[in-house]
Design a protein around this ligand. Structure first.
Ligand code: ZN
Length: 424
């Protein structure tokens, strides 16, 4: 809708076809180019010389750069450089992304031209564009940027190179290097932007935790499993959690050392975990306050496997449901709450019976709610240590449990702390 208005503005300003402008705009916005900058770029493309870049940019320290600046000249040390291929205005384009630092601070940059940047070098970027990304300023090095390499290197209080632990990686990180073990890997055929293509996807782990990955250009070292060193990967959000992207520009090599996956995984407060917006591998400890509706003995659609009500699937209508067990439990530790989802196996554990037992119990009572009631009696009011994948969406936070065990900590101490936080 909004895009439509911008396209109309531009089309009438430049006297060109609206649909054409709109397609270009859409393309730019898809690659996270802010709308104002996208419009400016199109004005340049369609030859409106009247806007942008007339005044000479001032020289600035990195910490002084704000999102109000449009162009700056800055000297700094390249901390990281990572290549990535994107599709831009219909063409594949290789961009270089990373971080630049001086004594005052660090800023992310995107280079739209190949300036031959490498980590550790001191550069001066004249007339670098400033754009806003997630509320923060970011440098754009492009056609109009004059880039020079300085002979005297700047001393900065930051490390060069992108070595990282999985637990520290966040969506948007570029040029990262990790030493990981391939926990899980499968080859899949997907419908890529250039038709069918084969990729690898799965889970990587290091001492700090685990993260899902996609390897767009299958590396045999990853497919073989074991420990690998991956250089120049980037992190993007996929299904609510950060995902490591290993591209054609990444380097993958076999590692000789053993990696003890998850040995140092940290336990988080529920509140902290929820505030991250999604964590692939996290452990929380809290009290089960309630077992939600849709728990216990349930039926799933044989086509789409979603939970159905009274034999009706929202997509497939009247179906012959498949019986299954699951639990959706509200877990709270005083800092926040999540819905913990237990699969059939974990549900059998907390129910202390099999699917057959549940069907028998329901038949006898002529009510399948009795199964959820039994589970409620077993777990509500108790404290559990849960590990799994946390995702956050508009309906709240869900923790897909991989393990669900009663906490060994002294429950009275925790219950006291919990009540204190609820009733301060
Ligand atoms: Zn269905």
């Amino acid at each position: 809708m909004e895009l439509d208005n911008h396209a109309e503005d531009l089309a009438s300003d430049l006297g060109i076809d609206k649909e054409e402008v709109k397609a270009d705009l859409q393309n730019l916005v898809e690659y996270s180019v802010p709308i104002d900058e996208a419009k400016q770029s199109l004005r340049r493309k369609y030859g409106d010389g009247s806007s942008g870049g007339s005044s000479a940019p001032s020289s600035k320290e990195i910490a002084e750069i704000t999102t109000d600046d449009s162009n700056v000249t800055v000297t700094g040390v390249v901390l990281t450089t990572g290549k990535r291929s994107i599709r831009y205005q219909g063409d594949d384009h290789v961009i270089v992304e990373g971080r630049l630092a001086d004594e005052s601070g660090v800023i992310d940059y995107t280079a739209w031209e190949d300036f031959g940047l490498s980590a550790g070098e001191t550069i001066t970027a004249g007339n670098a564009g400033v754009r806003e990304w997630d509320g923060e300023p970011e440098l754009n090095l492009g056609e109009s940027t004059s880039l020079s390499f300085e002979a005297d290197s700047l001393e900065v209080p930051y490390e060069t190179g992108g070595d990282a632990q999985l637990a520290d990686l966040q969506t948007g990180d570029r040029a990262v290097n990790v030493e990981v073990s391939v926990v899980d890997c499968e080859r899949r055929t997907i419908d890529g932007r250039d038709g069918e293509t084969e990729i690898l996807s799965g889970v990587l782990g290091d001492e700090s935790g685990r993260l899902p990955f996609t390897n767009w250009d299958p590396a045999p070292e990853i497919e073989d499993g074991g420990a690998v060193c991956i250089e120049n990967a980037y992190v993007q959000e996929f299904r609510g959690v950060p995902e490591i992207n290993v591209s054609e520009f990444s380097t993958v090599s076999t590692l000789e050392r053993e990696i003890d996956v998850g040995a140092d995984t940290t336990t988080m407060d529920v509140g902290t975990a929820v505030n991250t917006g999604g964590v692939y591998d996290v452990e929380v400890v809290g009290n089960v306050l309630a077992v939600r509706e849709g728990s216990g003995l349930i039926q799933r659609c044989p086509e789409c496997y979603r939970v159905i009500q009274k034999g009706q699937c929202r997509t497939h209508g009247d179906v012959d449901g498949i019986d299954d067990l699951r639990v959706k439990a509200i877990l709270d530790d005083g800092t926040g709450a999540v819905t913990v989802v237990l699969d059939d196996e974990l549900t059998e554990q907390v129910y202390d019976g099999t699917l057959e037992d549940a069907l028998d119990q329901a038949r006898e009572a002529m009510d399948q709610e009795v199964v959820a009631d039994t589970i409620r009696e077993h777990i509500v009011g108790r404290e559990y240590r849960v590990r799994g994948h946390l995702s956050v969406d508009e309906y709240g936070a869900n923790l897909d449990a991989e393990s669900f065990a009663e906490s060994e900590d002294d429950p009275t101490v925790r219950a006291g702390a919990f009540l204190e936080e609820v009733h301060p």
